[in-house]
Design a protein around this ligand. Structure first.
Ligand code: XIL
Length: 340
């Protein structure tokens, strides 16, 4: 009896350890992807396959591309990215359903009643999420809905529908794919209040009302001349984790154009900052994705955005891993999700 009891106890104990190891949290390494280079540049596709386990559509699922004319949907580019992901077993993040940028002219310039806008938004979300049901694991349902003071940003959706556009969008996305993880995606949360507190308040209300929301995306568009305080950034992440949300890093880059020192020094400082943020993610169980905004430096959006050359990503223009790549791997060590 006693022996049997010990035996059973021993077996359960061993199974417990094995289970713990099996469910040990891993972090996916992700990148934003464009259909053009994916099709035309074999080294781009190879770098993606060999190094990443999550991809985000950089532009291909934005409103202006998906619905260029009212009621006319165009999925060719997004389809190509999703097919690549399926072929290579990469998880896909759909970006993004509701945003103030990259809206088609018909929508931006149209004069719509509230009912019209509600219909437009519902049809858009239902069609896009429905098309990829079971194939896109996570959606940035609403992108950049908050202003820097933590209030809702003034945009077409807020003006035309009211603050409830956020919860409606989440509910419609959930109806279209009940399995998909749904996110609000924001920049600047890592700098703390007042924005972080405002988002936290809004999110608490959504959760109280059982609105389907599963994560906050920390975009993390960083620059060497303005790094966040890592202790504060980790605290903010913890506050959202305490609400039961995933706290993934969704769009990281580190601009080096405004950094101090030589190019080599800036590349080293970039690696250090990437490492600091990756460590915050590694130490936070709710952070299960560390994703960068582009595969290699020459495809970064930043030079077009700032008007100045830059090199903000993990691979250089010849697809060689940069010091930042090693720093991220070191920080995520032991946690990195098995590649594709
Ligand atoms: C950017 C793309 O990378 C560019 O190609 C496009 O011209 C503009 O948008 N935050 C976001 C992303 O959420 O959608 C933006 O992507 C970068 C900033």
């Amino acid at each position: 009896m006693l022996v049997g009891g010990l035996l059973i106890f021993g077996l359960i104990g061993a199974a417990g350890v094995a289970l713990q190891q099996a469910v040990r949290r891993t972090v996916r390494l992700g990148a934003a992807v464009s259909a053009g280079p994916l099709r035309d540049d074999p080294a781009y596709a190879a770098t993606l396959r060999n190094n990443f386990s999550s991809i985000t559509t950089e532009n291909e699922l934005k409103f202006e591309i998906v619905q260029p004319e009212r009621g006319v949907f165009s999925f060719a580019a997004a389809d190509a990215i999703v097919a690549f992901a399926e072929q290579h077993e990469l998880e896909v993040r759909g970006h993004t359903l509701v945003w103030h940028n990259q809206l088609p002219d018909w929508l931006r310039d149209g004069q719509f009643s509230r009912d019209d806008l509600l219909r437009i938004l519902r049809e858009h979300i239902t069609t896009v999420v429905g098309r990829y049901q079971g194939r896109i694991a996570a959606w940035d349902v609403v992108n950049e809905a908050f202003a820097s003071d933590g209030t809702l940003r003034d945009n077409l959706w807020l003006r035309g529908i009211g603050p409830e556009y956020i919860r409606l969008a989440l509910r419609w996305a959930h109806e279209a794919d009940p399995e998909a993880r749904l996110y609000l995606n924001e920049f600047g949360l890592e700098f703390g209040d007042p924005k972080a507190r405002g988002v936290e308040r809004a999110v608490s209300e959504l959760l109280r009302d059982e609105v389907p929301l599963h994560g906050i995306g920390f975009q993390m568009h960083l620059a060497l001349d303005n790094p966040p305080d890592p202790v504060l950034a980790a605290q903010v992440m913890q506050r959202f984790a305490d609400l039961g949300l995933r706290t993934d890093i969704t769009e990281m880059e580190v601009a080096i154009q405004n950094g101090a020192g030589s190019e080599a020094e800036r590349i080293a400082a970039q690696a250090a900052l990437f490492g600091v943020i990756a460590r915050i993610c590694a130490e936070q169980p709710a952070c299960q994705l560390f994703s960068v905004w582009g595969v290699a430096d020459h495809y970064s959006w930043l030079p077009a955005h700032t008007g100045r050359p830059d090199a903000p990503l993990l691979f250089d223009e010849r697809y060689r891993p940069k010091p930042a790549h090693a720093a991220v791997l070191r920080a995520l060590e032991g946690r990195l999700a098995r590649g594709p």
